[in-house]
Design a protein around this ligand. Structure first.
Ligand code: NAD
Length: 334
């Protein structure tokens, strides 16, 4: 039996998180869920959107499935999502982009199956910004050898484990010769330890064009934080949007699996949201736990329901509810 922390989140979070929990439970893998609340709802009682009990539960269980959590714009607390990644040193952000037959996209005839591995802790996201006088502002881009080597090693280890063939490092080392130059140097060095995996590198602007022109040619892409943020949304767009795009934040001691999308407050409580992204995040979690066969069945269930197209949510052109969609996936898993 596994112990897993479940953070339902807010907005559509609880609906998609509980739908994914039902699907995982239906695989027969035995999981004891520790449900913990975070976000605005707990602010009043605990004075923070991320109380210690949330971190303690994840540290103890080492694995969490999480629904999205709203971050107030402007004033209010900082992002719980960013804080979780920092507190638990979840340095690798994994975002697979896989096309499903039946999803209307501009690339319906192109089989896309690629994974973005985004560095999650540094780069321009280190948050070191200041005004220089009144009329200029500066943001500092931090790239370290340690973080670069570990993210590239993570990408290669992932490629080996998942039977993938090629890793592409994405950078802008022609212009940012020191920062991105260091990232590229680290990537080239780590690549030498994996001669069985093809390695190449590409400048981020050229990569953007190539991903739009021929996404089927790419496999595992590894990159610093900002490029990863942008290109993973681009790739989610290639395969059909946020409703079906899963994600994982992985560190050496803990891993948090969550959809890429946010809490979609307008859809909250209406049993409308598409739980696919969270269900596929749960499939990544099952793989992380070593339950590959169960993960395969979840992906098969999702693929069949979407391909049939009769019981899909509004964003995929249907009118099936969140709960009923999850039940359809469960039926198709068997
Ligand atoms: P969003 O992803 O919530 O919504 C963008 C659009 O996609 C909306 O039209 C929404 O209705 C639709 N959408 C999103 N998920 C969907 C789903 N599962 N099924 C059907 N439609 C879906 O992005 P936003 O509006 O920019 O953000 C809302 C809140 O979520 C913000 O407070 C933001 O900070 C937060 N957020 C949280 C996370 C996280 O918890 N990891 C990630 C992103 C955004």
């Amino acid at each position: 039996m596994y112990n897993v922390t479940l953070i339902p989140g807010d907005g559509i979070g609880p609906e998609v998180a509980y739908a994914a929990r039902d699907v995982v439970d239906a695989t027969g893998v035995s999981i004891k869920w520790d449900v913990v609340e975070a976000g605005e709802a707990v602010m009043k009682d605990y004075g923070t959107p991320l109380p210690d009990y949330v971190l303690d539960s994840i540290r103890h269980n080492k694995v969490a499935l999480k629904g999205p959590i709203t971050t107030p714009v402007g004033t209010g607390f900082r992002s719980v999502n960013v804080a979780l990644r920092k507190e638990l040193d979840l340095y690798a952000n994994l975002r697979p982009c896989i096309s499903f037959k039946g999803v209307k996209t501009h690339y319906e005839d192109v089989p896309i199956d690629l994974v973005i591995v985004r560095e999650n802790t540094e780069d321009l996201y280190a948050g070191i910004e200041h005004m220089v006088g009144k009329h200029a502002a500066e943001s500092i881009k931090i790239i370290t050898r340690e973080a670069s080597e570990r993210i590239v090693r993570f990408a290669f280890e992932y490629a080996v484990r998942e039977g993938r063939k090629k890793v592409t490092a994405v950078h802008k080392a022609n212009i940012m010769k020191l920062t991105d130059g260091l990232f590229l140097e680290c990537a080239q060095k780590v690549a030498q330890d994996y001669p069985q995996i093809e390695f190449d590198n590409m400048i981020v602007d050229a990569m953007s064009m190539k991903l739009v022109q021929s996404p089927e040619n790419y496999d595992v892409l590894v990159m610093p934080n900002l490029y990863g943020d942008i290109l993973s949304d681009l790739c989610a767009g290639l395969v059909g949007g946020l409703g079906i795009a899963p994600g994982a934040n992985i560190g050496d001691d803990a891993a948090v699996f969550e959809p890429i999308h946010g809490s979609a407050p307008k859809r909250a409580g209406l049993n409308m949201a598409n739980p696919t992204a969270t269900i596929l995040s749960a499939a990544l979690m099952l793989r992380h736990l070593g339950e590959d066969e169960a993960a395969d069945r979840v992906v098969k269930g999702v693929a069949e329901v979407i391909a049939e197209g009769k019981e899909v949510t509004y964003d995929l052109g249907g009118n099936t509810g969140t709960k009923e969609y999850a039940q359809a996936v469960i039926r198709h898993m068997k």
